[in-house]
Design a protein around this ligand. Sequence first.
Ligand code: ATP
Ligand code: MG
Length: 404
Amino acid sequence: MSLLEAQKRVLSGMRPTGNLHLGHYHGVLKNWARLQHEYDCMFFVADWHALTTHYENPEVIEENVWSMVIDWLAAGINPGSASMFIQSKVPEHAELHLLLSMITPLGWLERVPSYKDQQSKLTDRDLTTYGFLGYPVLQGADILIYKAGQVPVGGDQVPHVEMTREVARRFNHIFGRDSGYEELAQEAIKKMGRKHAKMYRQLRREFQEKGNHEALEKAQALIQEQQNISLGDRDRLFGYLEGGGKVILPEPQALLTETAVVPGLDGAKMSKSYGNTIALREAPESVEKKVRTMTTDPARVRRTDPGDPDKCPVFKWHIIYSDKDVRDWVQAGCTTAGIGCIDCKKPLIDSIIKEQQPMLERAEQYENNPDLVRSIVAEGCEKARTIARATLEDVRQAMGLNYR
Ligand code: ATP
Ligand code: MG
């Protein structure tokens, strides 16, 4: 497969740890549904990732694998346009994870924001495990094994995709060099003169070992300034800086929706573990009840107090669900105490229920036909394995592991 084709592949996954909610829908699934018509889309059930936080109660995972696929189908993911599969059915992810783990500096993992965040938030479980620390490397393998160009995720995942880019760059740097490449690059460095050569080497090390992008930019500027080197050497110096050589694993890009982080009923990020969600397939009565009790601007205590929509999570949902007229009506009514919070929530409740109606109907078809869901996933797994095997061939070859 050419790299150009790969850039047209989309890859993303979700953990089967509970019912999907509006955060997943507006943060991610809307993008999946949009992309499936234009790109070769591969969506996977991240059951191994679910184990990182649920290793003590894995029954939760089994319960949710199939219902999550039904959630996707309900949200409009079309099995004719996109492939859906289960991570653990494609064990090649694990082999690539192991190989990438050899070259991933520990410091990169310790600096991933979710590592400390999750540990401090999910205090009821022990997350000081090897698997939890390393899961961004597994995520890197999930993406790179399909040489995917785009990864539609929520805002919290951006640092992981960024790290995947760094791991790919490092892999290409170490294993993608043609013979003689290193020597030619070293000669080009010498041609810059002693002082600049030393600066170049320092900045390159700073970038490759620590991922320091400022150092990368400084080094690039340094190359630009050079007067006495050929075009070929200039290219070589640029390439060598970032890893150079052949691109075996292309760098992916994160893709966000307009609402990259959807707030929950309490205003914090909507999340299963915070109990602040509205499920994708929530019963209409329950949607109404939940929105009615949803947190509003804390300064608006009495009905007669004016409120500030900018401080109110309900207004964030109006941005997702309501047109300009409704938003203007909320803005004017809230800031003058012309309307109460229950009035403000009414059109929102209607919009959510209206949006969910067709999803509930679609889901029912699949719930009544579990064999169909299984065959959709079986087909996806087969396609995924074929691609994953081919990438691993390239990887083993590049690493010199294809001896017989
Ligand atoms: P939860 O936070 O509810 O436990 P999760 O984070 O365990 O869900 P993941 O499988 O890790 O679920 O995430 C699936 C995708 O959904 C990721 O791309 C993540 O960024 C996105 N996502 C989850 N919650 C939100 C949200 N509130 N807003 C936007 N995107 C979200
Ligand atoms: Mg998450």
